[in-house]
Design a protein around this ligand. Structure first.
Ligand SMILES: C[S@@+](CC[C@H](N)C(=O)[O-])C[C@H]1O[C@@H](n2cnc3c(N)ncnc32)[C@H](O)[C@@H]1O
Length: 216
């Protein structure tokens, strides 16, 4: 019962323009689906606020507003920010939303790193991590949520390729909801792909965690 009430509350807050403005300082006009951010986005935000002196930031899988890219730019006005997503419609809406909010960031379509050429001091990713076996209905943008097998296919592909796009001291913030993918599976994947975990960030009443990782 309590879980159901929490879920209804969560659905309401993460679809609210007013709460998004309050939490993120981002105005929303047009949206393409009714999740404006999620539990993982919040934990990435918590860690992102601590980060300074990163001049080039890549917001991987930026979603319909490039909410993380815009948030980072607001707090690091001199940084160069690139936000990318696999869906054309998200790229277009994010461009329009960044203009509405007067945040000068670059936004383009890319399937992971397919259209990325530069190296970055910081990359964040809140990937799709819900195992396909849990798919109960068709949605318009399935890559928001679902990733094959155990929910880690996209994360694995991302981590394999990300190394080539990091500067020497470059770091990744990888957010995963442990309700869907157990922490132990994430830790094993990160270690197997030869990254070291510098820090793990959590929040109260939130099953998502963020791994701050570096190439070994
Ligand atoms: C969970 S949503 C996160 C959206 C937003 N960054 C946030 O934190 O609220 C995952 C995003 O990754 C994008 N995505 C999934 N697979 C991708 C891929 N192969 N390349 C680029 N983006 C991808 C999805 O379209 C979606 O916008």
């Amino acid at each position: 019962m309590l879980g159901k009430i929490f879920f209804i509350f969560l659905k309401f807050v993460r679809s609210s323009k007013i709460i998004t403005l309050f939490l993120w300082k981002i105005k929303i006009d047009i949206y393409l689906h009714d999740t404006f951010w999620d539990l993982t986005t919040l934990v990435i935000k918590k860690e992102l606020k601590q980060i300074k002196k990163k001049n080039r930031y890549l917001d991987m899988g930026c979603g319909q507003f490039a909410i993380l890219g815009q948030f980072f730019k607001m707090n690091n006005t001199n940084a160069e920010v690139l936000s990318v997503d696999i869906y054309d419609k998200f790229v277009e809406n994010s461009i329009n939303n960044s203009i509405l909010n007067k945040n000068k960031i670059e936004i383009k379509k890319s399937n992971l790193f397919s259209n990325v050429t530069e190296k970055f001091d910081l990359i964040t990713f809140n990937p799709p991590y819900v195992p396909l076996t849990k798919k109960d209905k068709d949605i318009e943008f399935p890559n928001i949520r679902y990733s094959e097998s155990e929910g880690i296919k996209t994360t694995k592909d991302f981590l394999i390729n990300a190394k080539k796009f990091l500067t020497t001291e470059g770091e990744i913030l990888l957010g995963i909801n442990t309700f869907y993918v157990p922490k132990s599976i994430c830790i094993k994947l990160i270690a197997d792909l030869e990254y070291s975990i510098e820090k793990i960030t959590k929040m109260n009443f939130n099953t998502s965690i963020v791994f701050r990782i570096k190439v070994i």
